[in-house]
Design a protein around this ligand. Structure first.
Ligand code: FES
Ligand code: FES
Length: 155
């Protein structure tokens, strides 16, 4: 057992846990942050994506010890002051979700993508979200939502 300390959605947190436990498990089971989804559990679908110091990270293959002293952003921390993040709003406006299971991961993956590449081409969007699977096959609307969010960012 170890005490692991990190910041989650702007709040300092600590958990007493086995350091090899998966970050996904700790977020969902210990901290109640169930917006982060378990999909494949093998780093193949992106459903479990969180931002670790701003970088999109698959929490299903990340031991919690890797988060020590770092900043984690989950989908629960994205809206601010009662307002959706522009990427969340774009997904909503474009109807870029069906069952919604992939959506938290897609949204966080998009936030990271637009940080790196504020004006992505369609190819860059597809490449940037490569690794995020949508089993409802909503890719067309997802790409449209990313374009919409990027356009919003440009003002
Ligand atoms: S659940 Fe983590 S990548 Fe699929
Ligand atoms: S909306 Fe169902 S998996 Fe993407």
């Amino acid at each position: 057992m170890a005490t692991i300390r990190f910041t989650v959605n702007g709040q300092a947190r600590s958990v007493d846990t086995e350091p090899e436990r998966l970050l996904l498990e700790v977020l969902r089971e210990d901290l109640g942050l169930t917006g982060t989804k378990y999909g494949c559990g093998e780093g193949q679908c992106g459903a479990c994506t969180v931002l670790l110091d701003g970088r999109a990270t698959f929490s299903c293959v990340t031991p919690v010890r890797a988060a020590e002293g770092r900043k984690i952003l989950t989908i629960e921390g994205l809206a601010a002051e009662g307002k959706l993040h522009p990427v969340q709003q774009a997904f909503l406006d474009q109807g870029a979700m069906q069952c919604g299971y992939c959506t938290p991961g897609m949204v966080l993956g998009t936030v990271a993508l637009l940080e790196r590449t504020p004006k992505p081409t369609e190819t860059q969007i597809v490449e940037g979200l490569n690794g995020h699977l949508c089993r409802c096959n909503g890719y067309h609307r997802i790409v449209a939502a990313v374009q919409h969010a990027a356009a919003g960012k440009r003002g």
